[in-house]
Design a protein around this ligand. Sequence first.
Ligand SMILES: Cc1cc2nc3c(=O)[nH]c(=O)nc-3n(C[C@H](O)[C@H](O)[C@H](O)COP(=O)(O)O)c2cc1C
Length: 377
Amino acid sequence: MSGNPITLFSPFRVGSLELANRVVMAPMTRCFSPGGVSGEGMAGYYRRRAEGGAGLIITEGTHVPHWGAANDPDCPDFHGEAALAGWSRIRDDVHAAGSRIIPQLWHVGLLVKAELENLYEEKGELGPHHVGPSGFVGGMDQPLIRARPDMTLAEIEAVINAFGGAAMTAFRMGFDGIEIHGAHGYLIDQFFWADTNHRTDDFGGSVRERVRFCEEIVRECRRRTAPDFPIFLRISQWKGQDYTARLVRNPKELESFLGPLVDAGVDLFDCSQRRFWEPEFDGSDLNLAGWVKRISGKATMTVGSVGLDRELIESLYGQASAPVSLERLLDRLGREDFDLVGVGRALLVDPNWTDKIRRGAVEELRPYTVEALASLS
Ligand SMILES: Cc1cc2nc3c(=O)[nH]c(=O)nc-3n(C[C@H](O)[C@H](O)[C@H](O)COP(=O)(O)O)c2cc1C
């Protein structure tokens, strides 16, 4: 440990990115961007979280320039003149409020919404642009169905290129870095996960091979930006298709998973858990971000139920397994298990969450309710 103890309000640096504090707005899809274009409402929504003190904003998932990237026309694109004009405004507003912002680059692969699955039922197949490593489609509580052929090498190359193109756009537009969405069962995670990747070529097989698609995406993003342009990668064990899924079962597998990604140029791993306090492997209380930092030597971010009150956690997940107070989070931050703290729903319901925590004004915090999802307050 060095110097002063690390707190939520200690500065942090990774590559060219300097943050005033460790609070990060976690990426949250809001579906308020008709035709893929974010307007004034979205700019105000992000600006209020920046004014409320969050050190960094990771935008909601935004589609890379590939036809199969999206599964909802109301989610934003990261390509095309109108969509990028919307993002320029958001970037300016967040910077003017003294915060930093990076877009989360997203491709859904074959984790498609119910409407598209219904289309599949009716027509017998998804659109030709919907791609996944081995063609498996399926959502939560639905069996994985092999609905498409394996992605071809040309399709793989096109998607790698699409991520590289979006990274270059972010770099040229003056965003403060990028986050690649490699979590929650979307395209990159479909390559990571053995249940959805049955390939027998260089992109499938052992953990090492299943990482190759993402590794090439990271390399391409690095090649088309700059050596110090921050590249975050979001990973998770859990999938939108299965909350109990495990990408890696032990620290050794985690090491095989992380090595190629570190070599390709990831600066920070955003380690998504549903509950930050849950230990990842037996024999240690380290969570996923803790293990990833220990094994990779890279910076990490934790996320998962930070700032949600105990009653809500109990109603969402059943009995809370341990006290989940902020003190527990701060202890882990102080002992340098991870570097940044992602806050999702608590910031969605309360733009001033960060400043209220800074002032210790806990009684002023707005409790999270699902109704918050219905508007852009
Ligand atoms: C409405 C909503 C939308 C989300 N959209 C995304 C997304 O676009 N990309 C992503 O990686 N995670 C997404 N998530 C997950 C959050 O980033 C975060 O990991 C999760 O909500 C747990 O953090 P929290 O307990 O602080 O909310 C979303 C979560 C919510 C509630």
